[in-house]
Design a protein around this ligand. Structure first.
Ligand code: ZN
Length: 428
């Protein structure tokens, strides 16, 4: 197959209103605990963020939406601080689950992928999520993957079992985020092959599959075949965040600032893509790893096998306002595993309605304290529940005008509106 070697269009850019005051540095709960992000290298240094994208089938369920909204908050906060954000996202448009789904439904895998990518883009747009500067399908970077594997070979990390290429992970095992026995179980559940005879270590990940069962494949210097799951993210992140010459240039400070995704990616995906990035570069891959929690439905895990996925497009088709969907997902903390329910959406719709009424008033309750609460809550690991509590209280104070002592201020609603749009992506 051809490798088009290009990114594909993401979705339209969004206007983010500028902030008129300085923000505190953003603290995030990453793999190293609570850390300040984006500040250590100064605001003149771009904030480079790589977020793992979808495998294009079953797009876009609310778990996806919650994850991309969480990283959109980080993006928005950095921009609001005046930091340039370099944001790259991939599309895993060649992988077993996609091929299996296409076969099950008797459709062409490329057509399935194209239709789901279209849906994803329009959902991201509706949810007011900033687009990445590069939205890159795995199938577009086959040449880059070929080069990166060759570099890993030179660096001594690659070996062959039959004609398949594996990475020797042994020198990275000290960085395993979970105990080894647990890692082996999860690895087997998520596409790994710990039992395969001939591997040096059961956790060694495949880098390049030799062609099998007439699956789609690409010519490469490692033979005709297709890449393993993790290598695309290492390569896309390095190529699109560090530049075309990342393999030949020698910088002392070469890591990307943040790699993110859902907590189901902590292992094996982020561990493997980080290890592979380091095996290619000879330097740490990402400075910080940040993960979003999972979204369940009515007390159960939401999953394709249970058939209980709630899709953004279905809610939109039912006429649900996308601001309410975003609001409902922001009502819980991004790192908590939470439940979705029809009630939660209804509560969010009522809050959104109240806030809209309050923001449209000429005279509103003073906004100073609600603004400072929202900013400090977000700076503290994106505490959106605390931010929205303060906002809802303000809206009730404005609408109810309950207390005579509560000073009403004029023309302050516009400023609050801009801040909500800028930092929370809520354009009321
Ligand atoms: Zn990834």
């Amino acid at each position: 197959m051809n490798s088009s070697s290009q990114t594909i269009p993401s979705w339209p850019d969004l206007y983010q209103p500028p902030m008129r005051f300085d923000l505190p540095t953003l603290k995030l709960n990453g793999s190293m605990g609570l850390v300040e992000v984006g500040a250590s290298r100064g605001s003149s240094h771009p904030f480079s963020m790589y977020i793992c994208g979808i495998t294009p089938y079953d797009a876009t369920h609310l778990g996806h939406a919650a994850t991309y909204i969480a990283f959109d908050l980080i993006n928005r906060y950095q921009r609001a601080m005046g930091t340039k954000v370099e944001f790259v996202e991939n599309i895993t448009d060649i992988d077993e689950p996609l091929l299996e789904r296409a076969e099950r439904d008797n459709v062409d895998w490329q057509e399935l992928a194209a239709s789901q990518i279209d849906l994803f883009r329009s959902d991201m747009s509706a949810l007011h999520i900033h687009p990445p500067k590069a939205y890159v399908p795995a199938t577009a970077v086959m040449t880059e993957i070929d080069r990166a594997i060759s570099q890993m070979k030179v660096n001594g990390f690659v070996y062959t079992v039959d004609q398949d290429l594996y990475m020797d992970i042994s020198s990275f095992l000290a960085d395993l985020p979970i105990p080894l026995d647990e890692a082996l179980t999860i690895f087997a559940e998520r596409g790994g092959d710990p039992q395969r005879i001939g591997k040096r270590h059961p956790l060694d990940p495949v880098l390049w599959w030799a062609n099998k069962n007439n699956e789609p494949g690409w010519e490469s210097s490692h033979g005709f075949g297709r890449p393993g799951w993790h290598i695309e993210c290492s390569v896309i992140a390095l190529r699109y965040l560090l530049g075309e010459d990342y393999l030949s240039s020698h910088h002392s400070d070469f890591s990307i600032e943040l790699q993110g995704g859902g907590s189901d990616l902590i292992f094996p995906h982020h561990f493997m893509s980080g290890a592979q990035g380091k095996a290619i570069l000879g330097q740490p891959f990402a400075r910080h790893y940040v993960h979003a929690g999972m979204v369940g439905l009515d007390g159960e895990k939401m999953s394709k096998s249970k058939g209980n996925l709630v899709f953004v497009s279905r809610l939109l088709n039912e006429g649900v306002d996308p601001v309410s969907i975003r609001y409902a997902l922001l009502r819980d903390h991004y790192q908590s595993d939470r439940m979705w329910s029809a009630e939660k959406l209804k509560t969010a719709q009522e809050s959104v309605a109240n806030i809209r009424i309050a923001l449209s008033r000429e005279e509103v309750a003073s906004t100073d304290s609600v603004i400072s609460t929202i900013v400090s809550a977000l700076a503290n690991n994106l505490d959106t529940p605390a931010a929205l509590n303060a906002l809802e209280e303000w809206a009730l104070r404005t609408i109810g005008n309950q207390s005579q002592a509560d000073q009403l201020a004029t023309r302050e609603a516009g400023n609050l509106s801009r801040i909500l749009d800028s930092l929370l992506g809520l354009a009321f």
